[in-house]
Design a protein. Sequence first.
Length: 494
Amino acid sequence: MKNMLGIDLGTSSVKAVVVNEEGLLLGIGMQEYPIEIPKPEWAEQSPEVWWDSTVVAVQQAVRQARVSINAIGLSGQMHGLVLIGFDNRPVAPAIIWADQRSTREVEDMISLVGTNRLAAVAGTAPACGFMGPSLLWLKRHEPKRLERSLACLLPKDYIRLCLTGEVATEATDASSTALFDISRRLWSKEIIEALGLPDRIFPPVLRSSDVAGSLLKQAADELSLPAGIPVVAGCADQVAQAIGNGLVDPGEASITIGSGGQIFIPLEKPITDDQLRIHCFCHAPVDRWYLLGAMLTAGLSLRWFRDLLELKQDDQAYSKLAGLAAKVQPGAGGLLFLPYLAGERSPVMDPKARGCFVGLALHHDRGYLARAILEGVAFAIRQILETTTALNVPIQRLLAAGKGLSSPIWRQILADILGRPLQRHSEAERTATGAALVAGLGINIYGSYSELKEIIRPATEITEPSRENLGLYEQRYGMYREIYPKMRDLFRPD
């Protein structure tokens, strides 16, 4: 029986799992780390902290599993930028997806390339926190960083570099940069030249299941693993969770609530939104793509509230907040929450958007605020889902994914607000598991993604919407949708 290690480099933490070739979870590890905000609207993280945290998580998972490891797979947060120097070390902190400094660069990138060409080539409009606008910002404000750089990597690519010493990326992550030709699965020379970026910094592009290298002795010693284990290229975190949930073919979709929130819909061919409110990126199989609608601060909204209350930073704090929210009736006592704490992507695509509570009264305590946050995120997810389904993409089944939707109360709120049942795998860490399974494909344990899909156990937890809440939430959703249009100009006092 062969065993694979999957590493998922998230925004708030890194998770590691060990699974066997039948997909059974044998061991799990996790280590949290912060988001650094050195200036307003900036969001950075230390790649060295990522690696140190990965070491901790991997040691936990391997120690728990007590089996040999035959392959290592990777997934990670999307869009971010890690610049490495000629010594293969970071030249500066990573600029991650939540960063909002590049508002002007987003506008200029659209002007320089053109909306129609971005849709046709990249499948997406750029957004703050994407690698494209971040590189353009560095070119204008810190050009010496680019001069000192050997390559630009996505976050999980840096972890692979630490593991193997090899500089590379792969198509699922590269397609999330707005610098990539999603049909040809190559860096877009047209877009890169239009932005005046140095093409020498863009690394080779692999397939997700390609073996990218072998585990170096130094990394092996830190991880307490033998050297020489094959390491596959890996994939973006949304792709990994889709694979871990068996989402390869059209007809199904997943809703994820992690740090951000996403709706993932597999496609047989690229489909683009003419208003570019929704992204179209490359799936791991070379004949598949996917639509992605994304909000920025889903779970991060609850994390912000947790930290504001100075609750202990562990799972018990989230359980306590969920318990408080569960005691409050649907509708949160007339309170509404707009979850735009770091700007917003789908569908408003506005980095200047901001969060707010509407309807605050003296009787609202932290339970009401917690409930309003859970409902506000669910309203935002519904708005994204309606935007994607307007593109005539049929969805027969919705899967709930991510740590946020492991909460029964949040899952019930979302089902009620969508008016649709949600299915969920009871097995933990589907994203890291998906990364591990792709590693199995890379060493030929599985012959194809279709074969790999066959070992995914069916989702067993079903959350049905409560009929008695549908009318109330329909009314509240209508009110929620009025908040941003009325507040938009107030978010721009200058």
